[in-house]
Structure formats: structure tokens, C-alpha cells
Design a protein around this ligand. Structure first.
Ligand SMILES: O=C(O)CCC(=O)C(=O)O
Length: 302
């Protein structure tokens, strides 16, 4: 991360908040017209789900999905699977604030769109992204694009401030990687959280080591959050983790701006390898089924 570049869009205070607390919300960064285009693209994926009886490598289905009543929990890898979502990841609306935090050279690690539909949208248990994809340095973050208004009632992303400066918590349960933390065992207080709320078009940024999660959406309003995981180009995924590496060409095709490198920057940070994997992989929702001590409820089977 270069400290000597002039800031492009963030204030010194915002950079300080990110460094000290591990998250930031920037209100109304994506214009309404662009949001409409993103929502129309989501509609196309939902139509596609009508032909599915099981999740595939593009669409993750709610347990209560039926082809005649499609219920999509997640659009997988929207960056790779949709030009609309790739274009947004490459836009200045996303990249300028990330450059202010991670420096000029950025690569996409992964992307996903968590739907959390009104009435039943599934919870995501507390976890650190770092537990899934440790790198040679922790200049890695997730940008969350709020596609709907996010308020306390519709299951917004929640974070535990300052946890990005602490340990990597145990995300194992029953001898397998469960992708979630038993808060009591980790001595973490579920009250010690901040909800990342804001009007549609706002973005959140959370550090790869910040503990976060979100509750079931029992409200009458959808809560769709598009996530781009972005790394400094010199942060390399550690082998033996669940990070995908499809060869150098594929790796570098995910460069979003600046220059690729073959020289990883190594900076000490606590790491636990997310192995062995449970039998049910495919998405965080499936992996977290291994956790018995759930903080959030499970969506009703309606
Ligand atoms: O959608 C959410 O609220 C949480 C997303 C998240 O942390 C994840 O999918 O890893």
C-alpha cells in the first residue's frame, strides 16, 4: 500500500477510520441509472434460475427454491459471468476509493451478489474473509455495493470494529473448515457491532480481517449486496487455501488498474489454513452449515 499518493476521493478522516476501525461507508456513489441496469441484469439471472433444480457454478439457490418459484440466494462470480458487473468493478466509482486505501495496482480476487430476498433471505454467519483467502499481505478488502436501501430491518452487513487488527479467529467446527466463528468460544460480543446501512447506491468497504456477518431478512424489502473482493496487486493468495488460481493469464486478467507484478510483498499477519474442507462446499451458505453454534436463525422454509 503506497502512503505517498495524494488521495483521490477519500478524506484523511475516512482513511483513518478505515485503518482504525476496519470499515467505511460512502453514501450514494453509484447513480440510480446505473443501479437500474444492475437490477435488470439480476432479473436475467432469476429467469435463468427457473430452469434449475440445484445450484450450479453461476447461481446459488435458497434451500426453499422451486423452479416454478425461483429463489436465488447468490449470483456467483458476477464479474466473470456478466459484462455489466465486470464494467462496474472496473469503474472509477469503485476503484478510486480502493486506490486511496490499497494503492494504485489492484486485482480482483472474487465477486458475488448476495440477494437476501424479502421475507426469507439467508443469514451469513460471523466470519473474517481472511479465513477463506489469506494472502501474503493483508492489503485486501471487500467493496459492498448496496443495490437496495439497507436498514436495520432488512439484514444489512454488520461489522465488529477493530477486529481487523486482532487475531484470525477459529473458523473450524467438527474438524472441518466451517467458514464461521462461534462467538462465545471466541469471546466476542454480538452486541459489539455496527450496521452498515445507507441508501441504494452507497458502498461499504471492509478490511479482509474485519469480522462481519448479517441476519436473515425477515422484512418486506429485498436486500441485495454486490461484493467485489479487491487485493493490492502484490498480495498473492497463499497456496493450500480455497483461493482459486487458474494460471497466470487468468490471474492477471483480473487486474482492475495499475501494473501486475511477480514479486509478492510479504507482511506478517496471522493465518489459519481453511482445510480440510467440509463435504458441502459451493458457497459460504453451504460451508457454514457445518457450524452448530449459529448466531443468526435459519430462514423459514415457506
Ligand atoms: O451478504 C452479506 O450480508 C454478507 C456477505 C459476506 O460476508 C460473504 O458473502 O462473505
Amino acid at each position: 500500500m503506497s502512503q505517498d499518493r495524494p488521495l483521490e476521493v477519500l478524506s484523511e478522516d475516512q482513511v483513518r477510520q478505515y485503518r482504525e476501525r476496519g470499515y467505511l461507508v460512502l453514501e450514494r456513489r453509484i447513480p440510480e441509472a446505473a443501479l437500474e441496469g444492475l437490477r435488470a441484469e439480476i432479473g436475467r439471472f432469476i429467469e435463468e434460475a427457473r430452469s434449475l433444480t440445484a445450484s450450479d457454478d453461476r447461481i446459488d439457490l435458497e434451500d426453499s427454491h422451486r423452479p416454478d418459484r425461483p429463489r436465488v440466494r447468490r449470483i456467483k462470480s458476477p464479474f466473470q459471468n456478466s459484462g455489466v458487473f465486470e464494467a462496474l468493478a472496473r469503474s472509477e466509482a469503485i476503484l478510486a476509493p480502493v486506490r486511496d486505501l490499497l494503492g494504485a495496482d489492484l486485482r480482483l480476487h472474487g465477486s458475488k451478489l448476495n440477494m437476501k430476498a424479502a421475507g426469507y433471505g439467508a443469514a451469513v454467519e460471523w466470519h473474517q474473509d481472511w479465513a477463506f483467502y489469506p494472502h501474503t499481505n493483508d492489503d485486501v478488502l471487500a467493496v459492498g455495493v448496496m443495490l437496495d436501501d439497507m436498514a436495520p430491518e432488512n439484514g444489512p452487513l454488520m461489522v465488529m470494529p477493530g477486529t481487523h487488527l486482532g487475531p484470525v479467529f477459529d473458523h473450524h467446527a467438527g474438524g472441518v473448515f466451517a467458514g464461521a466463528v462461534d462467538l462465545a468460544a471466541a469471546n466476542l460480543d454480538p452486541e459489539d457491532t455496527v450496521m452498515l446501512t445507507g441508501p441504494a447506491g452507497s458502498i461499504s468497504l471492509h478490511h479482509v480481517r474485519t469480522m462481519h456477518g448479517s441476519a436473515v431478512n425477515r422484512s418486506e424489502r429485498d436486500r441485495r449486496l454486490l461484493l467485489y473482493e479487491i487485493a493490492a496487486a502484490d498480495a498473492f493468495p497463499i497456496v493450500g487455501t480455497s483461493s482459486f488460481y487458474g494460471g497466470l493469464e487468468e490471474f492477471n486478467s483480473r487486474m482492475l488498474c495499475g501494473e501486475a507484478t511477480l514479486e509478492p510483498r510479504v507482511r506478517a499477519a496471522p493465518v489459519r489454513i481453511p482445510q480440510p474442507e467440509p463435504d458441502t462446499t459451493g458457497s459460504i451458505y453451504e460451508i457454514q452449515k457445518a457450524l452448530k453454534a449459529r448466531t443468526f436463525g435459519v430462514a423459514a422454509e415457506t
